[in-house]
Design a protein around this ligand. Structure first.
Ligand SMILES: NC(=O)C1=CN([C@@H]2O[C@H](COP(=O)(O)OP(=O)(O)OC[C@H]3O[C@@H](n4cnc5c(N)ncnc54)[C@H](O)[C@@H]3O)[C@@H](O)[C@H]2O)C=CC1
Ligand SMILES: O=C(O)CCC(=O)C(=O)O
Ligand SMILES: [Mg+2]
Length: 359
């Protein structure tokens, strides 16, 4: 049905942990990395990363840019984009977007501007955190720049709103390619396309058929597909069947939140966004946490593990391994835990416990 839609070869575009040529250069033995703490708990959880990195002499200088979705003037947005374009790598908290009529998401705008099209979220049990099921380990590869987040809505007649969901073969092919490359590099064997092609026959139909087409180029990896409703149920009931899920934008957001609930909450799930030129690391299910802002109770694990992914991206694997292991060890010990996973320790106490492990 879609064979006559021109297929653009995007083989060159997909990267994970980008090729050497687009990695930033070190100056004076250090990388400069953009840091956008963001709203809500962003400052507290990025402070945790800054403290750990400083104590460990990680060769990174932070370029801190303050941006807030609560600021109607959008101060700092241009600087943030310039800084990310210069440094090519960033660590980011979430920017608040008011629910309701006015104010576009700065998170989405940033992802589009940098064309960081592939969101990678890892849903994996953390030893010591009680969850209903053990052995969960799957990756969500989510298209980050179009679909339901296109932000194209208008009222065509009072009481009649048209919300446009844009799906293109170009962007679907490149996210599919990214997902299969990711599976290859990470020794995963199955890519599942998530869609609602029974209802959105054209848009999600394009997504489904394109993922299957791209899969033909990867004989070592199996491909199947699931309707998003069923996928949500399967994620809760039988998540072990999942390996790599590739999704349009909104389904990825929903499934990352289901995934977080499966393994213990949004404070535990790391994430990253990759494009051809830039990479921005941020907690995987992207919560702002305005309700607990400034209380020193947030769990910084998702941000620390996202920062560990950033270290791996820069080739600083030893630092990444030490810091992520120390974080897992503190959680496994069970003595120092934040409230979201059943403890009463503060963000700073948890950070101090990681530092003690690293000594
Ligand atoms: N409202 C917004 O500005 C934005 C919303 N989103 C999306 O919308 C969804 C819902 O957002 P919100 O309702 O604003 O969620 P939220 O930011 O209020 O988070 C939901 C709950 O999880 C808790 N939580 C989140 N991270 C935590 C941590 N590290 N430690 C401890 N507790 C933590 C929060 O305190 C809150 O009670 C999210 O899943 C996200 O994908 C994404 C970016 C911005
Ligand atoms: O940026 C926002 O405010 C919401 C976006 C969101 O839900 C997401 O990126 O998962
Ligand atoms: Mg979301």
């Amino acid at each position: 049905m879609f064979k006559n839609i021109q297929r653009i070869n995007v083989r060159k575009l997909a990267t994970f942990g980008s090729p050497e040529s687009v990695l930033p250069k070190k100056y004076g033995g250090k990388y400069t990395v953009t840091l956008i703490p963001g709203d809500g708990i962003g400052k507290e959880i990025t402070d945790s990363v800054k403290t750990i990195f400083a104590e460990q002499n990680v060769p990174i200088d932070w370029e801190v840019i303050e941006v807030s979705g609560l600021d109607k003037e959008h101060n700092g947005v241009t600087e943030a984009v310039q800084s990310l374009k210069r440094n090519k790598v960033g660590l980011k908290g979430l920017l608040y977007t008011p629910t309701g009529s006015s104010g576009k998401s700065l998170n989405v705008a940033l992802r589009k501007e940098l064309d960081i099209y592939a969101s990678v979220v890892l849903i994996k049990n953390i030893p010591g955190v009680k969850s209903r099921l053990d052995g969960i380990d799957f990756a969500l590869i989510r298209e980050n720049t179009e679909g339901e987040y296109s932000g194209l809505e208008h009222q065509s007649y009072p009481g009649v709103v048209e919300s446009l969901k844009i799906m293109t073969r170009f962007k679907t092919e490149r996210i599919a390619k990214f997902a299969f490359d990711f599976a290859n590099k990470n020794n995963r064997k199955l890519v599942t396309a998530i869609h609602k092609a029974n209802i959105m026959k054209l848009g999600d139909g394009l997504f489904r058929s394109t993922v299957k087409d791209v899969g033909q180029d990867y004989p070592g990896i199996n491909v199947n597909d699931l309707i998003v409703d069923n996928a949500s149920m399967q994620a809760v009931a039988k998540p072990h069947q999942f390996d790599v899920l590739v999704t349009p934008n909104l389904y990825g957001s929903i499934l990352s939140n289901i995934g977080a609930a499966l393994i213990g909450g949004p404070g535990l799930v790391p994430g990253a966004n990759f494009g051809r030129e830039y990479a921005v690391f941020e907690p995987g299910c992207r919560h702002v946490g305005l309700d607990i802002k400034g209380q020193n109770t947030a769990n910084p694990t998702a941000m620390i593990l996202s920062a560990s992914m950033l270290l791996r991206h820069l080739g600083l694997n030893e630092h990444a391994d030490r810091i992520s292991q120390a974080t897992y060890d503190v959680i496994a010990d069970g003595k120092v835990r934040t409230k979201d996973i059943g403890g009463s320790s503060s963000t700073t106490e948890f950070t101090d416990a990681i530092l003690a492990k690293l000594k």
